[in-house]
Design a protein around this ligand. Sequence first.
Ligand code: 3EB
Length: 362
Amino acid sequence: MSSAQSLRLEYLHPSESHSEGWHDVLGMAVFEGCADEGNSVEQRGRDSECALPGSGAEVPLAHVHTPVLDEPREVLEVWRTGGRAQRGSHGRVRHALSGGLLFGSLAVREAELAAPAGASPRTPLELATGLAYRQMYASLAAAGNPHLVRIWNYIPDINLDTHGLERYRQFNTARHEASLACGRAVAGKVPAASALGAASSSPLTIYFLASHQAPTFIENPRQTSAYRYPAQYGPRSPAFSRATVLGEGDAATLFISGTASIVGHRTMHAGDVAAQTRETLVNIQALLEEAQRRSRMSALSLEALAYKVYVRDPRELPVIRAQLEAALGSRAALLYLKADVCRSDLSVEIEAAGGRGLRPAD
Ligand code: 3EB
């Protein structure tokens, strides 16, 4: 039996989320505006781990502070399997296990960790990232060491320079160090990932999927592997694969990492958001073809993927949407979120997932 056989993804408004029950929900992320606007994030009280009111179950939930750019303004990303999920926690990680798949979620506030002046050579974000990654690896070890397949990282003020280094680069330094310290890969067999900005007041928020079955790791022939980026992009390279494929044939699930207008290692079309959107789609198409060449997944088309589109400047949304609808049709599954992207010359970043159970038509 393939563990990916029954993985399903849906995007709902929280008011719709009771309809099918919770027993087979592996985990969820809720996307909405920032916590200090007094919205429901505050009413729910906790940063990333609580269940929705009335759910009656402790479903792992990541609160992501990236505003939704369409109505409804609050969207729930729900990962389900066919079977009952076993839920628990390990350290700060809330997790659920079902059918060989593990979902985990955690959040770390930098303010909790600020070392006394001079006490640590690490910045608060490096400390938070190190803690989060060590906790994630410990939770994986406790669950029998499933393979990391996909990670989502949401980093407050991702493009801000502090302590002489952009915060995304601080995150990369700490991710690299924590991974090495825990005996984990920093190149090659590394999960698909996204790393985006989040509201200043939010915690570092991470959620992930792991599997007892190893995924196939996919790189993009048009791009330098991120883990081989030259030092001009920071002292430590980002540790992620361009895509992963879990399972085979019709049961395969494709996870495409956050993808941007980068060819080789260089940003293309700085200042031209329409051209950046088109270049990003060419990258995603190349990844789809490479995934089909390198794994045993069934054929998938660009139109059949479910997308999250991260938009730096909401004023550019109409241009981005027009490009995407021209390429994918108006029925494609696209969730638009406002988020900073990890290079300040990039205006848009797009991630995607595909497979049976992840098709918009399903
Ligand atoms: C890029 O291609 C864009 O650091 O985990 C995309 C996906 C990006 C994941 C990460 C960064 C990450 O370099 C940025």
